[in-house]
Write a protein that binds this ligand. Structure first.
Ligand code: ADP
Length: 178
């Protein structure tokens, strides 16, 4: 099931909150900054440990990795790195990979409920209409593939503009829901 809400992802009572991180994993602006601020220093401590281990060069675009959610109401944060929008190159497959890989990491944790922000649509400048189409299609396809334990995906859109665009795209895809 897919749900759309307008709001702040740091307030969501879900198993997993997905973070639109950058490859350094060491925090940034936008939703990343909000997650680290509200979640507290434990998240950054785990991110630093990831950088000291398997992710010495950082997290590649399209990949996903989990940490604690610290003080957030969620149990885990799954960090993924969205592609920066490009006028000259089609990077859609990387944006799709973010959503697919985040859901697989969430499923490996045993998560049933997952909240996503509109990955890449802030500092990385991806147009909302296109991001909504890729996000909704990829999540729908991943959930219906069967091997995924996740039962609910909630897109948490920051502001009415983002909400309206996702709503319109979901309606066009016949997703219905709330
Ligand atoms: P990116 O670098 O992937 O573009 P940003 O954090 O700049 O990531 O933006 C991604 C989306 O997250 C944007 O649509 C932005 O408005 C939104 N956003 C920012 N803060 C929050 C928040 N607290 N909850 C949900 N969405 C947020």
């Amino acid at each position: 099931m897919i749900e759309l809400v307008e709001g702040d992802i740091t307030e969501q009572q879900v198993d997993v909150v997905v973070n639109a991180a950058n490859s350094s994993l060491l925090g940034g602006g936008g939703v990343d900054g909000a997650i680290h601020r509200r979640g507290g220093p434990e998240i950054l401590t785990e991110c630093r440990a990831l950088r000291a281990g398997h992710y010495g060069k950082g997290l590649k675009t399209g990949e996903a990795v989990a940490t604690t959610a610290g003080r957030l109401p969620a149990r885990w944060v799954v960090h993924t790195v969205g592609p920066v929008w490009s006028d000259s190159e089609d990077r859609s497959a990387l944006l799709a990979a973010c959503h697919r890989n985040s859901l697989h990491v969430a499923a490996d944790l045993g998560a049933h409920t997952v909240a996503f922000p509109a990955i890449s649509t802030g500092i990385y400048r991806w147009p909302l209409e296109s991001a909504a189409e890729i996000a909704l299609e990829t999540v729908t396809n991943t959930l219906s593939a069967g091997s995924c334990s996740v039962a609910l995906v909630r897109f948490v859109l920051f502001g009415t503009d983002a909400y309206d665009v996702f709503r319109e795209q979901a309606d066009a895809m016949g997703l219905g829901g709330s």
